[in-house]
Design a binder for this molecule. Sequence first.
Ligand code: ATP
Ligand code: MG
Length: 286
Amino acid sequence: MDVSYFIAKPNSIVELTKIKSDYTGDYKSKSDAKADLKKNIKKMSGLQDKLYAEDKYSLLLIFQAMDAAGKDGTIKHVMSGLNPQGTQVFSFKQPSAEELNHDYLWRINRCLPERGRIGIFNRSYYEEVLVVRVHNLVDKEKIPKELITDKIWQQRFREINDFEKHLYENGTVILKFFLHISKEEQKNRFLQRIEKKSKNWKFSEADLKERKFWDEYQKCYQEAISETSKKHAPWYIIPADKKWFMRLAVSQIIIETMEKMPVNYPQLSKDQEKKLAIYKQALENE
Ligand code: ATP
Ligand code: MG
């Protein structure tokens, strides 16, 4: 799989209508992809082990999508082989009263992955240029009125770019995934949630209301991705109509990124190595 196919090229305009949401590359079916996904999950576990042991870099994975595109399932499957101690998952919902008493990155800062960890954001600060933009919620955010101008979204793109650059320059590698589902497939998934008893709990009337704003969301996603896909913090647009392909693509991108990170098991000094030999002997002579 050539993962560069999914990347939103920095400094270019993304047009989501031109990107296939049911693409599956050379894979024909779920069973076709099964073995590769399994292999990837195993590989990821080895890479995580090194990241954790070295304790210097961290990896931040951001998942954004329309409702029912499969954020939860992708996080669950792709991360299933990882050591839970080395992962930190956060979901971002409507901000609380306490969170609204701060700037929008305040709550994010508290959730960033520690060094050596893989952090997963289920939604993120990108909601600030998505749902907040679609529903014009910015007036409810307690920002001084005179600071809210028609440049607010451009300003936020810049703030987000600055924030991500700062993280990158301090050892956090960032990958951003937009799970790209078609409107038709969203309808199918909502119908499944209604028809299948075990999925009823996932159905929410609010999701149907948001579906009415589909075009507005797509426009905002397009602009957000175009403005903030950078070499050091790329957006990947993942075809999400076929869940099995989406999971495989995400895992492949994570692996290829981790393989490029200059992460190694900590090296012992000559002195420390000598001490290990002494400890070994002491244990053996017990
Ligand atoms: P699920 O798959 O379980 O439905 P979800 O991520 O949709 O997961 P919900 O609790 O249904 O979770 O919805 C969270 C809601 O919070 C979303 O509609 C999202 O747009 C909204 N939200 C997230 N961040 C912000 C924000 N900064 N301002 C306003 N709304 C936000
Ligand atoms: Mg929801």
